[in-house]
Design a protein around this ligand. Structure first.
Ligand SMILES: [Zn+2]
Length: 249
């Protein structure tokens, strides 16, 4: 603290700070700062309701002019990630969590390989069966039936994959736990990405599709019977079958 950044001095002296940065484009500095702040939001460094440092502090910390800080903050404000109140400063908005959640979802779907997704599904889908059995209501079971019906009726592989994913989501939603629902929503996003779709396209033959449909029905029937052991067994068998067809092991 106490250090006066040159950008400030020039900014005040000339009404613009750009002189100081020479050939570095103005946008890249504010975009870079915005990215740094986003990373800090995402890493949990700041949470909803936290007060951000002042413009001057941010300018000192990041070695950029206050105009650059203002631009970066304006972008974050337009994205709904921060709120600024006259006199009392800048705060991480309550909505930031949702926004960042979506960003995480997008990033994850971009970087998750089908093998990683398969491994995560094998760990998580059998694990939530108890919760689904405890909390599933009639509407949940109807929704699962409908997913099976639609998957069986599907005339394209894309439509089948869609209803397949919807069924697995419906089972997760039957746990009636918002955290579980969010995690599975993310899985569905990953399933919708190119790599998974391509592999699925290559791996699903008409015979395999028929087998998946039968396996789905068995899972739903076991859930309807509130038979946890059987539902877990069928879920695991189905996922191992999908993995074998998709990844060859
Ligand atoms: Zn399935």
């Amino acid at each position: 603290m106490g250090k006066i950044h040159c950008g400030n001095t020039l900014g005040r002296a000339h009404g613009t700070q750009l002189v100081w940065f020479g050939t570095v484009p103005r946008m890249s500095l504010s975009t870079h700062l915005r990215q740094t702040l986003l990373d800090q939001f995402q890493s949990g460094h700041w949470r909803a309701g936290d007060r951000l440092p002042t413009e001057r502090e941010l300018s000192d910390q990041h070695g950029v002019s206050r105009t650059t800080v203002r631009k970066a903050l304006l972008e974050l404000k337009l994205q709904g990630l921060i709120e600024q109140t006259v006199g009392s400063g800048t705060y991480v908005s309550e909505r930031a969590g949702d926004h960042l959640g979506r960003r995480v979802a997008q990033d994850s779907s971009r970087y998750t390989s089908p093998a990683e997704l398969m491994e995560a599904r094998l760990a998580m889908e059998p694990a939530i069966i108890d919760m689904a059995i405890r909390n599933a209501n009639a509407a949940d079971l109807q929704r699962m039936d409908r997913c099976c019906d639609e998957a069986e009726r599907a005339t394209t592989l894309e439509a089948f994959e869609h209803w397949d994913a919807e069924l697995h989501q419906a089972i997760a939603d039957a746990a009636h736990n918002s955290f579980v629902a969010n995690v599975f929503e993310l899985m569905k996003t990953v399933r919708a990405q190119g790599d998974w779709g391509q592999l699925k396209k290559k791996s699903v033959t008409p015979e395999r599709r028929l087998a998946y449909q039968a396996e789905h029905r068995e899972i739903v029937e076991a859930l309807r019977d509130r038979d946890a052991a059987r539902a877990r067994e069928h879920t695991l068998a189905h996922l191992l079958h999908v993995r074998q067809n998709l990844l060859g092991y």
